[in-house]
Write a protein that binds this ligand. Sequence first.
Ligand code: SAM
Ligand code: TMP
Ligand code: ZN
Length: 409
Amino acid sequence: MSRTSCCRICNGTVTEFFDFGRQPLSDCFLVPGSAVEKEFFFRLAIGICAECSMVQLMREVPREHMFHEDYPYHSSGSVYMRTHFENLAKRLISTELTGDSPFAVEIGCNDGIMLQVLADAGIRHLGVEPSGGVADLAAAKGIRVRKSFFEDEVAADILEREGHADVIYAANTLCHIPYIGSVLSGVTKLLAPGGVFVFEDPYLADIVARTSFDQIYDEHFFLFSAQSVQFMARRHGLELVDVERLPVHGGEVRYTLAHRGAREPSPAVAELLAEEQRMSISDLVTLEGFGENVQKIFRDLTTLLLELKADGKRVVGYGATAKSSVVTNFCGIGPELVEFVSDITPSKQGRLTPGVHIPVRPHEEFSDAYPDYALLFAWNHAEEIMEKEQEFRAAGGKWIMYVPDVHVV
Ligand code: SAM
Ligand code: TMP
Ligand code: ZN
């Protein structure tokens, strides 16, 4: 089996550093009784390009398998994230969208969590969203949405119909796109000469530092760093002009790109690049060390769940996240170890989790008779969840966490 592949940014050689083995699509929640033999599996492995240091999956999953009418992730599920996007939108309105008839484009607007704020403020906007179900939700809120994948030709068409965009924005989307070259050449065309392309995605350094391995799954094709983003931007005549670390989703960076020479890079860019050097996050040795930490988490979690089962304890999962697919499938955690997974997303309820087929149930069943332990799959929303689940704690319930290591709180 090949342990190298060709870099999607620069055609350099990508060397594998961790293999998660055979994995299903992380957001494909099965209807009970449906043909399980049709479930799609692929080998999930990750590597780093020796030339441009972009960390990326070794194999691409066809995009239509992941982003379709039934795509179950609804951004508006988290109150915390709503505030996060509201703050960003307000900032864009007061800094970048101040001209006569400013125009903003969002790549991957999902159910309109961010564009809602621009729409309410009367700002000309367009969301580009291929997943029909969530795009319809956004449209129903009065948001302008184009149901398609953003790529070069789509950007050219938007430019022709609507003119240049002052802001192009993407949250938790750019890292999902293996054909990123086409997206960036589209952005380069569509972006006004003085405009900005702002995107935020999980940050490689946080993933390594926190061993948050479950950020690695089919949809997360790239794990960005300032170093790899700067390299990628330059290939398309763009420049990395700002970076901002974000606490959301377990640690992200918001990158701002502009046309080369249009803006002076902020000191934060050089600072983050220097920090990445100090941490050696792009060294194969560092990434192999990360792989060893991941193996330890898998061993410890499996041991703990088997012990709890032997003690007759009830364990329920909390949050049927895409992320949890990797850990459950790698460790073989099925319904015999985790009774069900509680999730507030209606489209996931009544279904089975990918690969290991744990039933997903509405949140009411979590509190119906509290379990002894809740395995927090949605650990990136821990603050929000712990706050609203104080009764579970009061009833003697305990949380099992597995990032950055396996522990019970
Ligand atoms: N921006 C939202 C957020 O941060 O909560 C949604 C993020 S969701 C994880 C990723 C979204 O990207 C999905 O709604 C998916 O349909 C969309 N997507 C995937 N490929 C895309 C592409 N080429 N162009 C535009 N959107 C895309
Ligand atoms: P995410 O980690 O990709 O944002 O997904 C979070 C999942 O967890 C999503 O399916 C919604 C679910 N969830 C709950 O069930 N309860 C909650 O309080 C929160 C914040 C999320
Ligand atoms: Zn490369």
